[in-house]
Design a protein around this ligand. Structure first.
Ligand SMILES: O=C(O)CCC(=O)C(=O)O
Ligand SMILES: [Fe+2]
Length: 349
């Protein structure tokens, strides 16, 4: 008997879809299109905290190639992987399962490869993973360009000159250390058979795994391209319920990060999200792949004050206080580097 289809936010039509009309990687997009995207993006991020981007211009094949490269990296001997471990200063490099934890009660099963510099020397050698950098660098450029379009669109929607946000995010992946934006490749391995499905009472000594514990991203926004394995769950604005997002082939998810939330004093609240292990035996025996692009302002950049909004556009209902309590510590003018270092200390072993 076929497994019943899981109900998701997408299957219920509850994820706003923003059509980028193929301007995603264009250097000089049309103003009217950027303006329309800005309005739709603003409505999506203020109402829900996320949107699916379609017709963004990034070929699925590019994603599949980097997923395969990461698989090859993960199957290297540990000793060989060790030379590529994450550098805590630059945040570039490989992070083994369990080394980055959002949920201290479970073991988080994921391999990460953070990319914060595009210099060839920072990538695995050709003899270890052939063409890793040749595949990853163009994808990183595409995601940077897509972020630049969204920054211009958001600036319009917030009543700022279009280049204002671009100016504060000028150094994304320029590899000069002045901006901590990163592209992260993720591989979640199959769940070990000793972990019981969550609906059964596990044996006292059985490990409890998850794929990624609950968190909001420490950035302006995140772009997320995922394979079809599922597992991503979110708490929509004002809701305390975890809901699966679902999969829209070829789409890239954009979700609000903590910096955008604190800069807009929660007009655009940060999206809480997590990745759970699937419940069916078949899905648990399969790996999951994802590419995340964390868009951040230049280190030390102060985001400009926002123009007052007209009274016809009231802010959405506030999130549950506990969900974003840490955001109240922040002010409109942010020092991105300070925020980021604090959050790295909290999540890395
Ligand atoms: O794998 C995913 O879908 C999400 C990953 C994530 O949230 C993160 O790395 O911050
Ligand atoms: Fe995240």
């Amino acid at each position: 008997m076929a497994a019943p289809q899981e109900e998701t936010l997408l299957s219920r039509g509850e994820v706003p879809i923003v059509d980028l009309a193929h301007i995603g990687t264009d250097g000089c997009p049309m103003k009217s299109v950027v303006r329309r995207i800005g309005e739709q993006l603003f409505a999506a991020l203020s109402g829900k905290g996320l949107a699916m981007l379609v017709n963004h211009g990034i070929a699925e094949e590019k994603l599949k190639t980097v997923y395969a490269d990461l698989d090859n990296f993960c199957s290297l001997p540990e000793g060989c992987q060790a030379q590529y471990l994450r550098n805590p200063v630059s945040n570039h490099g490989y992070v083994r399962p369990g080394m980055e934890q959002f949920d201290s009660t479970k073991k988080e099963l994921r391999h990460l490869y953070n990319i914060t510099t595009l210099s060839a020397a920072a990538f695995p050698a050709q003899e270890d993973v052939p063409e890793f950098s040749q595949h990853a660098v163009p994808l990183a450029h595409d995601l940077t360009n897509l972020s630049r379009v969204l920054l211009q669109a958001l600036a319009y929607a917030l009543g700022l000159a279009p280049a204002t946000l671009l100016g504060c995010h000028a150094g994304m992946l320029r590899s000069d250390g002045g901006n901590k934006s990163s592209m992260r490749l993720l591989y979640y391995p199959p769940v070990p058979p000793d972990d019981e499905p969550h609906w059964r009472a596990p044996a006292a000594d059985s490990p409890h795994y998850t794929r990624c514990g609950a968190h909001a991203d420490r950035c302006t926004f995140t772009l997320l391209a995922q394979d079809s394995e599922g597992g991503l769950e979110v708490k929509l604005n004002g809701s305390d319920k975890w809901q699966p997002v679902g999969h829209l082939p070829g789409a890239i998810l954009v979700q609000t990060g903590e910096l955008l939330a604190s800069w807009t004093t929660n007009l655009l609240p940060a999206l809480l999200h997590r990745v759970v292990v699937p419940s069916g035996a078949y899905a648990r025996a399969r790996g999951r792949h994802c590419v995340a692009f964390f868009c951040l302002p230049d280190s030390g950049a102060a985001l400009p004050p926002l123009p007052a909004r007209p009274p016809t556009a009231p802010p959405p209902p506030a999130c549950p206080a506990h969900a974003h309590a840490h955001l109240t510590l922040h002010h409109r003018l942010l020092n991105a580097a300070h925020h980021l270092h604090k959050r790295f200390r909290e999540t890395y072993a």
